[in-house]
Design a protein around this ligand. Structure first.
Ligand code: GDP
Ligand code: MG
Length: 192
């Protein structure tokens, strides 16, 4: 049985879409086993988006470059560099600020294949590329171009762990062991 960390980011909280988003996970049959409404400290934000995870930083840089190439925009002209790591570090600073703009609602979901399932429900990192029916496709329209131009993180409503390993790293940052509960949902009999 897998667990994953989901965070309703400040744009979801400020736009009053928490219930709408949570219900999408509930109706799939995914079990919420921990939840916290929390004002994130810079310390927690820094740990959640670790400076030493190069693949994560470069991944954000790559998304920027793909979006810029598609739009015919020169990254050096806009950001002063085309290095994915440098761009990733820049975005990480914006992300840390973004996560502290208002409280966030963090929760842990449990279920078979939950990491992959939740990523599917969330959609692509860039709302512009997220199909209708996904959270990011249905509730927002941001892109790297718009966000980078405004020197802020992409507002995409939700964080979801990207892999089982990421979930195992992230969950203990947000929840102590005794804040994670074990119980049975009625569907388990029918769907299990
Ligand atoms: P996720 O796992 O889909 O959330 O994507 P990542 O882990 O790659 O990035 C973390 C977060 O950084 C995203 O959810 C966005 O809020 C933000 N982000 C990612 N790529 C970019 C980008 O190209 N530009 C900006 N401004 N923000 C980005
Ligand atoms: Mg990620």
């Amino acid at each position: 049985m897998e667990q994953t960390l989901v965070i309703l980011k400040p744009d979801a909280v400020q736009r009053g879409l928490m219930g709408e988003i949570i219900s999408r996970f509930e109706r799939i049959g995914l079990k919420m086993v921990a939840a916290r409404f929390v004002m994130v400290t810079s310390e927690l934000a820094e740990k959640h988006y670790p400076i030493d995870r190069e693949s994560f930083l470069r991944g954000m840089g790559e998304k920027t470059l793909e979006n810029y190439t598609k739009m015919g925009v020169d990254p050096v002209d806009k950001l002063g560099t085309a290095d994915t790591l440098e761009i990733g570090k820049m975005i990480r600073e914006w992300l840390i600020q973004y996560m502290q703009e208002s409280p966030v609602f963090a929760f842990v979901l449990e279920g078979p294949h939950v990491v992959e399932l939740v990523r599917k429900v969330c959609g692509h990192t860039l709302p512009l590329l997220s199909p209708p029916g996904t959270i990011r496709g249905d509730f927002c329209f941001d892109s790297s171009y718009l966000a980078n131009t405004a020197k802020r993180a992409i507002k995409n409503m939700v964080h979801a762990s990207g892999s089982v390993e990421e979930a195992q790293y992230e969950i203990p940052l947000w929840f102590a062991k005794d804040q994670i509960f074990s119980y049975t949902r009625v569907e388990e009999k029918v769907m299990g």
